[in-house]
Design a protein around this ligand. Structure first.
Ligand SMILES: N[C@@H](CCC(=O)N[C@@H](CS)C(=O)NCC(=O)O)C(=O)O
Length: 202
């Protein structure tokens, strides 16, 4: 297997975490247009028409984009050790946390990623504050469903940990100092999320 990816993106990290947890190996490739030499961006679009990272290429040449879909494929193909909780409701919670992460937390962060790629003088304070407001909303949604035993769900690592951890690190360690804003976790002083933060940043 080959994993087209970059180290600065949280989405491939989700796949790498699952590969590590399952003891699987994949050839790591930085694709064209992402500081990769060899292939062109057009070549990469033939592998992944969406043009984003990650993409997983199987040994027979078939390719899959989208981190969640790749993780589900790897889970189906290599079921042990399982990164899906056994209980159906916990399994639904795992998917719910991943969905809240992708649909609300990531979408709240997108304007900040856009700002960070532009000169600081073009940044708009109102837009930054609005994005942080949406981040707080997303954290409040996560708060309702996240586990209290050190894992996203239950008492073991699951796919939801791989989805959440890279995004939460960006939310708490990158975004506040980059945009001179308070850490959005400060609104959750005794929450499992706050505990999660301290576990990630010893
Ligand atoms: N929903 C996708 C998101 C992937 C994504 O947005 N990757 C970004 C890096 S953080 C990317 O490849 N951006 C390059 C581009 O837009 O050209 C997934 O989960 O894999």
């Amino acid at each position: 297997m080959k994993l087209f990816q970059t180290y600065d993106s949280p989405f491939p990290t989700r796949v790498r975490l699952l590969l590590m947890a399952k003891g699987l190996s994949a050839e790591i490739i930085q694709p064209p247009g992402f500081h990769f030499d060899g292939l062109t961006k057009e070549d990469y679009l033939k592998i992944n028409p969406i043009g984003r990272v990650p993409a997983l290429v199987l040994d027979d040449g078939r390719a899959l984009p989208e981190s969640e879909v790749i993780c589900e494929y790897l889970e189906d193909s290599y079921p042990e050790p399982s990164l899906r909780p056994a209980d159906p409701f916990d399994r639904a919670r795992m998917r719910l946390l991943s969905r809240i992460c992708d649909f609300y937390l990531v979408m709240a962060m997108v304007p900040l990623f856009d700002y960070s790629a532009r000169p600081r003088k073009t940044w708009d304070r109102e837009g930054i504050e609005k994005a942080f407001g949406k981040i707080s909303d997303a954290l409040a949604y996560l708060e309702q469903f996240i586990g209290e035993d050190g894992y996203a769900v239950g008492k073991a690592v699951s796919q939801a940990d791989g989805a959440l951890a890279p995004q939460l690190i960006l939310t708490t360690e990158w975004a506040p100092p980059t945009f001179n804003m308070d850490d959005p976790y400060s609104a959750f002083p005794s929450s499992p999320l706050t505990g999660r933060q301290s576990r990630m940043t010893p």
